[in-house]
Design a protein around this ligand. Structure first.
Ligand code: SAM
Length: 396
């Protein structure tokens, strides 16, 4: 067994398997990540950043938050400058994105800042503590508050504004399924006293059978895939809480045809421990993150039936470029003292958002609206039209 392991959590999982027999993978993943005492997200260990297990965009560079602030500002304008525009961020991790957005608005978009109110909904007590300490200046100014995720999604405080998330949906527990002899089967987790194992069986819920015709794409024989049922419930919750405005979901993933393409025969489940990816969710129990790519078709279609139609869906690098990443890079190069370590660090970090195959293309920005008609947002305009080479017409 490689790496550390939370023995108490392991015993809780094994007890469950002894009592009930094999458990659906989604239940295993829920315990491993979100057990209220021992789950990965409940431990105080560093998870994000150089000392943690993975990086997220807000960790890479504050420009990410500044460009999102531009998009939020445009949303506020489209809504006709409401005096209370709520940004509700779910799963904010350390709170970096919120800090970057609010600091940028305070400096560069003061009128918007006056009217913006930030609400954070976070499940992890460890991240809650980090958020409270990082955002103390905004707490004192009455700019931020916290709400339980369930209260937010049950619509206890419906709001006008934008529900924002970065890498939230990929962290929801997923069911694992596989196509066997022409039938959809579910993967269940077993333990033989020494090691974890998997068996396939009839799906534990009919929702899994219903998922593929509605939100998926047919699986090939032997193909394994993840099903994120929680993402559908989440979309319903979002629809309950948002009165008017936008939902901005940033995450890695694909639309169904690409996600469930036979080339992804083993699915997309991946674990992260100290920046090392691993396909094995049964090791380092409680010490490693487990994620699965997001099925954006499911969010799009669920949104259509819950009053949250799609405005746009694009690769993150295109969105950031449309919001001004290239100009920001240019301005930075002109204004920052060159040839210093800080200069190269910042430049590289900003450029990493544009690297093909990296964060820039795997990550998508998906925006939905609520109570609005025919909205066009800057983030979905073609960022490169102005610089496209247009040959002059021949004179003869
Ligand atoms: C991969 S981290 C991303 C953190 C942050 N958004 C960032 O970009 O750095 C996932 C975050 O979602 C939170 N989370 C997971 N499920 C949640 C839920 N149901 N409600 C609220 N937060 C949740 C986790 O605690 C964590 O803060």
């Amino acid at each position: 067994m490689a790496g550390p392991e939370n023995k108490e959590l392991l015993e809780i999982i094994l007890r469950g398997i002894r009592q009930r027999g094999a458990i659906p993978f989604a239940q295993f993943m829920d315990l491993v990540l979100y057990h209220p005492q021992h789950g990965y997200y409940h431990s105080p260990r560093q998870k994000i950043g150089p000392e943690g297990d993975y990086y997220t965009s807000p960790n890479v560079h504050s420009i990410f938050g500044h460009l999102i602030a531009h998009q939020l500002h445009e949303m506020w304008e489209i809504l006709d400058h409401p005096s209370s525009f709520t940004v509700a961020e779910m799963g904010a991790g350390k709170g970096l994105l919120c800090a970057d957005i609010l600091r940028y608005c305070r400096e560069d978009l003061p009128e918007f800042y006056e009217n913006v109110h930030y609400v954070l909904a976070e499940l992890s007590p460890a991240f809650l503590n980090e958020q409270r300490s990082l955002l103390s200046e905004f707490l004192e100014a009455g700019k931020v508050e916290w709400i339980y995720p369930d209260s937010l999604l049950h619509g206890q405080k419906p709001f006008t504004g934008c529900l924002l998330s970065n890498e939230l949906v990929d962290s929801f527990p997923v069911h694992l399924v596989c196509q066997e002899k022409g039938e959809l089967r579910e993967i269940f987790v077993t333990h033989d006293g020494n090691t974890f194992g998997e068996i396939s069986g009839s799906p534990s819920t009919p929702l899994l059978q219903e998922y593929f015709p509605s939100y998926g794409s047919p699986l090939h024989e032997g193909q394994r895939a993840e099903v994120n049922l929680k993402a559908l419930d989440w979309m319903e919750g979002v629809s309950r809480t948002l009165k008017r405005g936008f939902v901005m979901t940033i995450d890695y993933g694909y639309e169904a045809q690409e996600l469930y393409h036979p080339s992804r025969h083993q699915g997309t489940l991946l674990c992260y421990f100290r920046h090392t990816p691993s396909p094995n969710p049964y090791e380092r129990i409680g010490y490693q993150d487990i994620t699965a790519h997001v099925n954006f078709s499911a969010l799009i279609r669920k949104g259509e039936t819950t009053g949250l139609p799609k405005i746009g869906y694009t690769e993150q690098y295109r969105f950031l470029a449309a919001m001004g990443l290239l100009q920001a890079l240019e301005n930075f190069e002109k204004s920052f003292p060159q040839n210093s370590l800080e200069f190269f660090k910042n430049k590289l970090a900003m450029k990493s958002f544009l690297v093909p195959g990296g964060m820039g293309t795997l990550f998508k920005v998906f925006i939905q609206s609520r109570g609005l008609e025919e909205v066009k947002l800057m983030g979905f305009q073609d960022p490169f039209t102005r610089s496209i080479y247009k040959p002059k017409k021949c004179a003869n």
